[in-house]
Ligand binder design. Structure first.
Ligand code: 0YR
Ligand code: MG
Length: 372
């Protein structure tokens, strides 16, 4: 299974509703930025990272793949994933400029494509190749009802629809207004509308500082929040550790962390309760598995962040013993041959061989952008 071709690609897929906003980002399209790896016998593996569909920075990722990684991969045995991961991640000149950022997002795409190839070659869905499913049904939580750009009536309508029609028992609502009292009032209204049995997580996307977070948590202490995600700046271990010691609301984070080393530092400091690795920001599935096992060693639950909108995480969540819940955002699923679908609040178990990363022909025609 020798690698013959390494072809980067960019797809820009519109988000549902035209545009969404959290405390930090405004997004109209989701970027599916990745690589097709073709073997000499014609098997195709697809992997991608997730972006805000900003073409100039997307092209930094695809040029890393095309100009730096391709020549390290062509002619190699595609099944030797760990060795190839080390070859790319520890190539001295790339390590010098990388270890995070563009090179790591590009590495994630390559690694996922290699796993997709391996699972296709074995004629198995990725979760089966990894060791089988840990549970019969994988619960989902709905992020798409809770954007900061939605009005309170829109959030309540969306939550009711998600619960009563789609069967969700878990939702997530964005926070991060300049005045945290505005968020507390919104959350009180949502809690009143959904009742005590639906779990509600919240997500600050790193906006507030420590004093604001402490004040917010004191005001929100009776809302029975499942977790407070990314309360503060992504790399600030000390402030998250202090917040975790000062509130009963569990702290969740990880979507902005690039390495198993970063996760180890947060976990060792007691700065995180819900561990949120993302296969598209870590160095792909290879490093994701290390983080999932690290979390389990500390008996901390894993709730993956859907940078790929859970196409790959659905496999990883079903496989992993310590992943009770997985994020659901329905923006890009229909661009793939096997969409990550939720029924009755649970993800369907993927059936096709591979990692559910193969785009449809229609997606190529509608969403592809030139890589250069
Ligand atoms: C916009 N999920 C998140 C949106 C999401 C972001 O970047 O996708 O809110 O990544 O924080 O938990
Ligand atoms: Mg988040």
């Amino acid at each position: 299974m020798r690698i013959a071709r390494v072809d980067p690609f960019i797809l820009h897929v519109p988000v549902t509703g035209g545009s969404i906003r959290d405390s930090t980002h405004t997004v109209t399209h989701w970027g599916v930025v990745g690589v097709r790896i073709v073997t000499e016998d014609g098997l195709e593996g697809y992997g991608y990272t997730g972006t805000h569909a900003h073409l100039p920075s997307d092209r930094l990722i695809t040029s890393c793949i095309r100009d730096c990684y391709a020549e390290l991969l062509i002619g190699e045995e595609a099944g030797d994933i760990t060795r190839l991961w080390m070859k790319l991640a520890r190539f001295p000149a790339l390590q010098w400029v990388g270890r995070a950022g563009i090179t790591h997002l590009a590495l994630a795409a390559v690694d996922v494509a290699l796993w997709d190839l391996k699972a296709k070659a074995a004629a198995q869905p990725l979760w089966a190749l990894l060791g089988g499913a840990a549970r019969p049904r994988q619960e989902a939580y709905n992020t798409d009802i809770g954007w900061l750009s939605l009005s309170l009536p829109e959030i309540i309508d969306g939550a009711r629809h998600a619960i009563e029609v789609l069967g969700f028992r878990r939702i997530k609502v964005k926070v991060g207004h300049a005045d945290p009292v505005v968020d507390v009032k919104r959350l009180e209204a949502v809690r009143a509308a959904i009742g005590p049995h639906v779990t509600m997580a919240i997500d600050g996307n790193g906006k507030w500082d420590l004093p604001t977070c402490k004040r917010f948590c004191a005001l929100a202490k009776d809302l029975d929040l499942l977790w407070f995600e990314e309360p503060m700046w992504y790399d600030d271990i000390g402030s998250h550790a202090e917040l975790a010691r000062n509130t009963a609301i569990p702290v969740a984070l990880g979507e902005q962390l690039y390495t198993v080393d970063a996760f180890r530092a947060f976990i060792a400091a007691g700065a995180v309760h819900w561990v949120q690795p993302d296969v598209t920001r870590l160095g792909g599935i290879t490093e994701y598995l290390q983080v999932a096992d690290l979390a389990t060693a500390y008996r901390l639950p894993v709730a993956p962040h859907a940078g790929e909108m859970s196409q790959v995480h659905v496999h990883l969540a079903y496989w992993h013993s310590g992943t009770p819940v997985l994020e659901y955002i329905p923006w890009i699923k229909d661009a793939f041959e096997e969409p990550a679908e939720v029924r009755d609040g649970h993800f369907l178990l993927p059936q096709l061989p591979g990692a559910s990363t193969t785009p449809t022909r229609e997606a190529w025609e509608r969403f592809a952008k030139p890589v250069a």
